[in-house]
Write a protein that binds this ligand. Structure first.
Ligand code: NDP
Length: 485
């Protein structure tokens, strides 16, 4: 079956597709085969200027639109995303290589959840009245202005919507730059928002690599930058934004721990670790790649994990029976295989998987390492691939200390039947997004984000509103002004 994946233009600016063929060519590759499935051009300075000017011009009118009308547009867009879920999921699969069995339930649908949630609460975003005796004050929740979203390649539709939905609900305009590896889906989100009634200029997509992201980040007319990406990129974008004191949200990488105690339900713990390591071929920021298993359970855990990993269906991502696809790019495959080599060289025991498949595309089978120690490279650095490390522990205190011994702090999970222990341990773990007897759930109702080097700010839930709006305080004097002279 062939799909039409070539967009009619590279960018979406001022409510319409926009092309500027003088920009550098970006080949879009289907990771399952290595074939070029589309070509877009990176944004030129002229495209960036047009997007920023259009966003600025449209934002003032949008901010003055009654919030419930803003919300209605977002809710309508959510409905269209759901109606077109299959078509959007196929495109997401072609763009990322993630199996259709995943994209059908985790990408456009997750984007729709965000649009629906923020569409629903737009009308309820209010300030407060502050009594001060005779005088009083009030606060007004105002938009920031023009926001820039910069996305990673693992969840292109979801990232675009998680940033656009709260930004637009609060009355901002957004310019979104997808990863150059996955430029296709955000264009669909833009099209759908306009179809749902979003006025021109409020959600723009410009393509390009880091240089385009950097040009947007430093643009004087931009008020906020929200990045989903790695820590090294986060450092650069945060520093660049600081030059002009822009607001930032940083959703960065992780090396998150999952703690499995002896009394855990072994099937749930293994299932949680599968979700936290192999979904999307392991290319998820919040993955629990350091699986600390208590001594009494470790051998059984590793054996059962290997058994369940043998059931992975690795193959054509467009076949809905497939549940494990390729890595996103040749570069990512090189990174993952180099970590596999390091793991073996440093003495970890490869129990299962970790093989590069001899076929076109970027295939590496899910890998399970046992006998991993805290000092090994695979226990310290984010791999962003299907590599699970099992580390043995004996006591709760030891597990907590070792789990926290990292510069990252995105997520953490605990598996135990002892709920008092679960909450005690979660209370001691330094991570922004935690799970008890579960892993990697990301409902829009729950704030998502990291501590330490994993990020600043939160996406989703009411918390995101704080990051896309600012308060104006107004003091109101009801009597005469008493001045000293
Ligand atoms: P990168 O950090 O390489 O890139 C992220 C985005 O930033 C891309 O669009 C990239 O452009 C752009 N970019 C690169 N340099 C600059 C710059 N100087 N100024 C502005 N923008 C720039 O991340 P990946 O795309 O490789 O994604 C993987 C990383 O993202 C992992 O570390 C993962 O943990 C993290 N991530 C975090 C999530 C979270 O919510 N916490 C969720 C998903 C992923 P381009 O790539 O086109 O060059």
């Amino acid at each position: 079956m062939t799909y039409d994946t070539q967009p009619n233009a590279s960018h979406f600016v001022n409510g319409a597709p926009l092309e500027d063929a003088t920009g550098d060519v970006i080949d879009v590759i289907y990771p399952a085969t290595g074939e070029v499935i589309a070509r877009v051009h990176a944004a030129t300075d002229a495209v960036i200027a047009e997007a920023v000017a259009g966003a600025q011009a449209a934002q003032a009118e949008w901010a003055a639109t009654p919030p419930r009308e803003r919300g209605r547009v977002l809710t309508r867009a959510a409905q269209i995303l759901r109606e077109r879920n299959r078509e959007l999921s196929v495109l997401e699969t072609m763009d990322t290589g993630k199996p259709l069995s995943e994209t059908l339930v985790a990408d456009a649908t997750s984007g729709a959840d965000a649009l629906e949630y923020f569409g629903g609460i737009a009308a309820g975003l209010t300030g407060e009245h502050i009594p001060l005796g005779r005088d009083w004050a009030y606060t007004v929740r105002e938009p920031l202005g023009v926001c820039v979203g910069i996305g990673a390649w693992n969840y292109p539709t979801q990232i675009a919507c998680w940033k656009a939905a709260p930004a637009l609900a609060c009355g901002n305009a957004m310019i979104f730059k997808p990863s150059e590896t996955t430029p296709l889906s955000a264009l669909k989100v833009a099209e759908i928002l306009v179809e749902a009634g979003l006025p021109a200029g409020l959600f723009n997509v410009v393509q390009g690599a880091g240089a385009v992201g950097a040009a947007l980040t430093t643009h004087p007319a931009v008020d906020k930058v929200s990045l989903t990406g790695s820590v090294p990129t986060g450092r650069k974008v945060y520093a660049a934004a600081a030059e002009s004191i822009k607001h930032v949200t940083m959703e960065l990488g992780g090396k998150s721990p999952i703690l499995v105690f002896d009394d855990a339900d072994i099937e749930d713990a293994v299932g949680g670790a599968i979700l936290g390591n192999f979904y999307s071929s392991g290319q998820i920021c919040s993955n629990g790649t350091r699986v600390f298993v208590q001594k009494g359970l470790r051998e059984r855990f590793v054996a059962r994990m290997a058994e369940r990993m043998a059931e992975a269906v690795i193959g054509d991502p467009l076949d809905e029976a497939t549940n494990f696809g390729p890595l996103v790019s040749a570069r990512q495959m090189e990174i993952v295989t180099s970590y596999l080599e390091k793991g073996k060289a440093e003495g970890a025991r490869l129990v299962a998987g970790g093989e590069r498949l001899d076929r076109p595309g970027y295939w590496v089978t899910p890998a399970l390492f046992d006998g991993v120690t805290d000092d090994m490279t695979i226990a310290q650095e984010e791999i962003f691939g299907p590599v699970l490390s099992v580390l043995e522990f004996e006591t709760e205190d030891e597990a907590v200390a070792r789990a926290n011994d990292t510069t990252f702090g995105l997520s953490a999970g605990v598996f135990t039947r002892d709920l008092a222990r679960a909450h005690r341990v979660i209370g001691r773990l330094r991570a922004g997004t935690c799970f008890v007897n579960s892993y990697n759930d990301a409902p829009v109702e729950m704030p998502f984000g990291g501590v330490k080097m994993s990020g600043v700010g939160r996406e989703n839930a009411k918390a995101a509103i704080e990051h896309y709006s600012q308060l104006k305080s107004v003091y109101v004097r009801m009597g005469p002004v008493e001045a000293p002279f």
